[in-house]
Design a protein around this ligand. Structure first.
Ligand SMILES: Nc1nc2c(ncn2[C@@H]2O[C@H](COP(=O)(O)OP(=O)(O)OP(=O)(O)O)[C@@H](O)[C@H]2O)c(=O)[nH]1
Ligand SMILES: [Mg+2]
Ligand SMILES: [Zn+2]
Length: 292
């Protein structure tokens, strides 16, 4: 039995890296029976028959796992955004930063298409929250050395709405990859969902990076995250205010004497971040109510 990482998963086949080789594997029947879906990024034990085809025997315990994109064992998400068409809705970024925080996963915000628009607005919001924010261009190479540094020694996934340039950035990091990129529909204001599967790529500096399919606005509405009273802890800039509201069970939605609402009032918390909190809170509430 050997152990390796799943680099790619396509229609029931798992491509596992074992030493210098990539072995095509199928999963044992009991995975389906036990309702375990092997994910890209999983570390699996594999038996290889006649040196060619393999069988996934087991998935080793995960550090974390995500549904959208479907991937496991991430050190960090690189949330890629764009200030030009396809413009990134800050809610999408905030949803991802919350999911990352919830899953013990780091995150870096990357504002791409710097050559077209530096995205100063987004830059200021996330810099102030305390995230690492990198402005990049897959066209001119701006910010790419900085991004490479952030990727070094880690397993990362590029996420973001379709057309922001996830695949393009991977191609500029390593021109040999030759990943297909698609254009952006100016009329519809969005990308064309060019990347269809999750795949890990190994950079020359040893970093491992996943390209993933871009989100559509539909995905944005399709999530529930966590218990509503836990959500406040997933917005890192709320931290100094938590426990300082008048009511100990303050939801920070409309209570009097709310320290978070006061911080919003004095612009210490960004409006878009707070709006995302409320939106996620409402979704979580709906979901929690269903559970009862
Ligand atoms: N001007 C400019 N265009 C870019 C940049 N990065 C990507 N593009 C263009 O944006 C379009 C979409 O790029 P992709 O790399 O396919 O985007 P993606 O995020 O992988 O999209 P999906 O696979 O659909 O999720 C292509 O036409 C790219 O050439 C950039 O930094 N500047
Ligand atoms: Mg792509
Ligand atoms: Zn409050």
């Amino acid at each position: 039995m050997q152990t390796g990482t799943i680099f790619k998963a396509i229609s029931g086949f798992y491509y596992v890296e074992l030493g210098n080789e990539t072995i095509e594997c199928k999963a044992r029947g009991r995975f389906r029976r036990d309702n375990i879906l092997p994910l890209v990024g999983d570390i699996a034990s594999v038996t290889v028959s006649d040196g060619e085809k393999g069988i996934l025997e087991d998935i080793l315990p995960r550090k974390n796992a995500f549904l959208r994109p479907p991937i496991a064992n991430l050190d960090q998400m690189i949330i890629i955004a764009s200030a030009v068409i396809p413009v990134t809705d800050p809610f999408l970024i905030d949803r991802m930063t919350a999911i990352a925080a919830f899953s013990n996963c780091g995150c870096v915000i990357c504002i791409n298409k710097f050559d077209l628009d530096p995205g100063v607005n987004l830059y200021d919001i996330y810099k102030k929250v305390g995230f690492t924010v990198i402005q990049t261009s897959a066209e001119t190479g701006e910010g790419i050395p900085e991004l490479l540094d952030a990727l070094q020694g880690k397993i990362s996934a590029f996420t973001g709405n379709s057309g922001v340039g996830k695949s393009s950035i991977l191609n500029i990091l390593e021109p040999d990859f030759n990943i297909t990129v698609g254009d952006v529909s100016q009329k519809l204001g969005r990308g064309r969902h060019t990347t269809r599967h999750v795949e890990l790529y190994k950079l020359k500096n040893g970093a491992i990076v996943a390209d993933t399919p871009g989100f559509s606005s539909f995905d944005t509405e399709q999530m529930e995250l966590t218990a509503k009273d836990q959500l406040q802890f997933l917005f890192r800039e709320f931290e100094p205010y938590i426990g300082k509201c008048r009511y100990h069970d303050c939801t920070h939605i409309k209570e009097a004497g709310c320290a978070i609402l006061n911080a919003l009032e004095s612009s210490s918390i960004a409006e878009t971040r707070y709006a995302s909190y409320v939106r996620l809170y409402d979704q979580a509430k709906l979901h929690n109510d269903w559970d009862k």
